[in-house]
Design a protein around this ligand. Structure first.
Ligand SMILES: Nc1ncnc2c1ncn2[C@@H]1O[C@H](COP(=O)(O)OP(=O)(O)OP(=O)(O)O)[C@@H](O)[C@H]1O
Ligand SMILES: [Mg+2]
Length: 285
């Protein structure tokens, strides 16, 4: 079983046909989808046949309860606390740019992670944001020793610019080294922000996987071997929300069955292609 730890919040997508002008009202089109990498990876894992568990915190508000009910109804074992207000991401898309405004809200918790949540778990994904702010950051740190003792393979996501602003590059390198991550999956901007050369693996990671949108994904081994895995062209790209999370879900699911990192990367591409055809982080139309 896959366990994911991190955020569950609402993401509001806003299409901008022109740059907004400060102080002026503009009419736009919008959509609401689930946000939070850990929650999305769990949901997509359930869609492709997994029986995932998600641990995180949402607000004790109508939105928080609705998000948890929805995730549970999709087959995710949600172990969530309800406290405070549910977070939100406002994402503007259009004119070739995507800009995200993030308020993690209640996702900065919970303050404690019960080691019992690791029971029956064969693999763990922790989003980088989980390490950035307390009380969750300290709670996750404390769980890492238990994860290592139980020898559960751990896959980490790459830190976004917002994550790096809170956490810093060196603490992330240190985290990967001490956690002895099975793999770190990050996009090329996240990789570069960590101060690494384009083909440089993260120290301590079993595999460093660098995605680059439609361009080939690089799979790096600790010894410095590199495989460039092409991304099959896709026929329809409806919405790119959740592409990275879909890649992760496909990668994790394949790796759980014993596939090597290159084969798991092919699986990641297949699931990402399915999600790109739909609105929001889902393989289902
Ligand atoms: N334009 C595209 N065409 C085909 N596949 C794509 C495209 N964009 C993304 N993908 C697929 O999604 C995967 C992840 O994409 P990307 O490198 O953009 O991740 P990301 O920046 O982490 O995304 P996110 O913004 O969702 O976090 C790619 O490896 C690829 O499989
Ligand atoms: Mg990403």
């Amino acid at each position: 079983m896959l366990l994911t730890i991190g955020d569950l919040l609402e993401e509001i997508l806003i299409r901008l046909d022109a740059a907004p002008v400060r102080g002026i009202d503009s009419s736009v089109r919008s959509a609401r989808v689930r946000g939070g990498s850990a929650a999305n990876v769990a949901a997509i894992d359930a869609e492709i046949g997994g029986t995932p568990r998600f641990v995180g915190q949402v607000g004790d508000d109508a939105l928080g309860h609705a998000l948890v009910d929805d995730l549970s109804s999709r087959g995710v074992d949600v172990r969530g606390a309800h406290l405070g207000s549910t977070g939100v991401i406002v994402t503007t898309v259009g004119q070739g740019a995507r800009t995200r405004l993030i308020d993690r809200g209640a996702s900065r918790g919970p303050a404690r992670l019960d080691p019992g949540t690791l029971d029956g778990v064969a693999q763990i994904y922790i989003a980088a944001s989980a390490f950035t702010e307390d009380p969750l950051a300290t709670a996750v740190d404390q769980l890492l020793a238990e994860i290592r003792d139980r020898r559960i393979p751990l896959v980490l996501g790459g830190p976004s610019a917002a994550d790096l602003g809170l956490f810093g590059a060196e603490p992330f390198h240190e985290l990967v080294r001490t956690a002895r991550a099975d793999a770190v999956v990050l996009n090329r901007f996240e990789h570069r922000s960590l101060g690494l050369h384009p083909r440089e693996a993260l120290g301590g990671a079993g595999a460093t996987i660098i995605t680059a949108g439609a361009r080939p994904t690089l799979v790096l081994t600790p010894k410095g071997d590199a495989d460039s895995v092409p991304v099959p062209p896709i026929d329809t790209l409806r919405d790119r929300t959740g592409a990275g999370d879909a890649f992760l879900a496909g990668f994790l699911s394949s790796r759980r069955t014993g596939a090597d990192p290159v084969s798991a990367t092919h699986a990641g591409h297949r699931i990402a292609a399915r999600v790109l055809r739909n609105l929001g982080p889902t393989t289902k139309a």
